[in-house]
Design a protein around this ligand. Structure first.
Ligand code: FES
Length: 116
């Protein structure tokens, strides 16, 4: 019988939002599925748009060569688009947003554009 994938609580600071992240899924993907959006572009570990500080906990990378240096890693920086939780995490992502708020803003913007 296969071993179940462990799931860890991830807290996004400074907002204090929490969600569960399976250990086999990138943190960013788990956050999105839970209703939280993080700054992102490539989502494959190269552009560094998502780079954020790991306040506590540990992660593993889901790709062999993430676009982050050893020094940055040692200073606590991670790329959540290509890293998965190995323990409960606290990450500092000041530009994280609620997906519901972003969706509402987009809907409002589309409604406004249709008026003109
Ligand atoms: S979104 Fe490009 S490195 Fe994470």
């Amino acid at each position: 019988m296969p071993k179940p994938t462990p799931t860890f609580v991830v807290r996004i600071e400074p907002a204090g939002w929490e969600f569960s992240a399976p250990g086999d899924r990138p943190i960013m993907q788990a956050a999105r599925e839970a209703g939280y959006l993080m700054p992102a572009s490539c989502r494959n570990g190269t552009c560094r748009t998502c780079m954020c500080k790991l306040v506590s906990g540990s992660v593993r990378y889901t790709i062999e060569w993430p676009g982050i240096s050893t020094d940055e890693s040692d200073d606590g920086w991670i790329l959540p688009c290509v890293s998965a939780a190995e323990s409960p995490l606290v990450i500092h992502v000041p530009h994280a947003r609620l997906k519901s708020e972003v969706d509402a803003m987009l809907a409002q913007s589309i409604t406004r554009q249709k008026r003109f």
